[in-house]
Design a protein around this ligand. Structure first.
Ligand SMILES: *[C@@H]1O[C@H](CO)[C@@H](O)[C@H](O)[C@H]1NC(C)=O
Length: 299
């Protein structure tokens, strides 16, 4: 009886959420009205949901993320083989072959996330530490969302897109164009791309170029109206400023990548830590004796 009532109550609240009018400001996430589908997308060399022992810290972080983002229709976690298959069916066998041959994991992941995003959803790096359900600060009309990266390399380098987090509606032109550019880069057909990316398929640079080519202007913080009907949105990566975000408990870790946050500046809300504390992330557990000097390679 009790269980039945719970089921009925859950069904009723689902029905309510589906028919509720969009609220004025940050309405509760309703799966039916958002342009970006409520799918959570992850990838890694191995499936950390099935094989958490392969990297306990990242596996725990992913499980935490899934627990914080409610009412998702699908959690997709792909390993390398599944990524390759999806890239082939979503784009081309040729791009899948480049994926197979790419030796560096983070660049492999840059390609795979595009194939995952082609069907729409939110992609998150396995070491992105989610602080809250990020959808609540996004207007429902948003069909593309990502982050303007902190200037890591130097003041002369333009900001890249922090592609550890990307949300996109199904079939978004930026995702499609980025996959095409990816193939052009590996083929060596496009000098502009080869020069801009250098010796690696840097997804952060590629995504920025794909976005700016499509938008016809630079990435900018906050909501960006994209005619005819689109709305893009950018958050900012910055060092955690506790005066502005006093409710955020700082990370206890070692490394320059600790306590770098992703924030919505216009709403003054902190959404993520760029890197969770972990033995294989660029923010190491304090006193672990593991050097974080590899960190720059993981950006
Ligand atoms: C090379 O890529 C750039 C950036 O996406 C694009 O603007 C240009 O048209 C491409 N050139 C060729 C020859 O495809």
């Amino acid at each position: 009886m009790h269980a039945l009532w719970l089921l009925a109550a859950a069904a009723a609240s689902r029905a309510l959420r589906c028919t509720a009018q969009p609220g004025p400001a940050a309405a509760a996430p309703g799966p039916s009205t958002r342009r970006i589908p409520d799918r959570l997308l992850f990838n890694h060399r191995v499936n950390l949901l099935k094989r958490p022992k392969r990297d306990r810290d990242r596996a725990a972080n992913v499980r935490r993320t899934i627990g914080l983002v409610h009412g998702v229709s699908e959690v997709q976690f792909l390993d390398d083989d599944e990524c390759s298959t999806l890239i082939a069916s979503t784009h081309s066998q040729r791009l899948a072959s480049y994926f197979d041959e790419e030796p560096i994991g983070m660049y492999k992941s840059d390609i795979c996330r595009l194939a995952q995003l082609a069907a729409g959803g939110y992609y998150l790096d396995t070491d992105l530490e989610v602080l809250r359900d990020f959808r609540t600060t996004l207007p429902e009309e948003v069909d593309f969302v990502s982050v303007i990266a902190f200037q890591w390399i130097g003041p002369k380098n333009p900001n890249e897109m922090y592609n550890a987090f990307i949300g996109a509606a199904a079939g978004h032109p930026v995702v499609r164009r980025a996959m095409d550019m990816c193939l052009e880069y590996y083929d060596g057909r496009n000098r502009t791309l080869v020069t801009a990316l250098g010796e690696h398929m840097r997804g952060t640079m590629l995504m920025r170029m794909a976005y700016e080519e499509w938008a016809g202007e630079e990435m900018a913080s906050g909501p960006q109206v994209r005619p005819p009907s689109g709305l893009s949105y950018f958050w900012d990566e910055e060092r955690l400023n506790q005066d502005v975000y006093p409710d955020v408990v700082p990370q206890e870790g070692e490394g320059t990548n600790c306590n770098v946050a992703v924030v919505d500046r216009s709403q003054q809300v902190a959404l993520f830590f760029s890197h969770s504390v972990g033995r294989t992330t660029s923010c190491r557990p304090r006193g672990s004796g593991i050097s974080a000097s590899r960190s720059s390679a993981e950006l």
